[in-house]
Design a protein around this ligand. Sequence first.
Ligand SMILES: Cc1cc2nc3c(=O)[nH]c(=O)nc-3n(C[C@H](O)[C@H](O)[C@H](O)COP(=O)(O)O)c2cc1C
Length: 216
Amino acid sequence: MSSQRTLVHGLILGAFCLGFGMLLVLTNSFTENDIAQRALEDRQNSLAQVIPASIHDNNLATDTLSLKGDQGNEVVAYLATKEGKVTGVAFETASPGYSGAIKVMLGVDPDGKVLGARVLAHKETPGLGDKIEVKKGDWILRFTGLSIGNPPLEKWKVKKDGGQFDQFAGATITPRAVVKAIREGLQFFDANKAKFMEFKSSKTETAGANTAVAPK
Ligand SMILES: Cc1cc2nc3c(=O)[nH]c(=O)nc-3n(C[C@H](O)[C@H](O)[C@H](O)COP(=O)(O)O)c2cc1C
């Protein structure tokens, strides 16, 4: 009698587990597309801030080139093209700040000049390190138009380290990390310029994705 009861309990428990499992699978399949769509919109938003709309007629978010970064990491570059010619490149660059990685989206023109830089993610202290965000101040806008050479490489530092970029009062680590991320991003651009420039676009906003992996 008692073994029959154990069997019934086991079956009920099994049925519950199966039911919950199926519910999880269903929920996941319903939200997957939404999450992918949201991620694409986020990417398009951050790209639009570092690559002016006027310089491209293609879909930046889908014209991509995958390259190897300095640390052997994969860097996805988003290519801006106009009438088939490459007019800009955007990619993520990062450096450790006071509390964790600071991620920056960097847009660069074919001459290696910054088209725009925006902090995508950070965990710096509110009121101290967060002035790197465009909504908290114009500090990040001062990189626009600059390149390696303007200022010279040795000036790509905060003023406290002998460079040309302002640090924040009582917070040097955060701006130092952002200057480093942008400088390294520009050096990455220079090192891969030939690969970027020979990129062939899918041309129109409505054309399908054109995802390439650069030849080694
Ligand atoms: C609680 C706390 C949070 C801090 N957060 C930051 C930060 O987000 N960014 C930063 O650069 N420094 C931060 N600092 C300050 C650093 O410890 C360090 O003193 C400073 O960045 C060095 O700048 P300084 O050379 O101008 O003193 C924080 C300090 C404390 C005590």
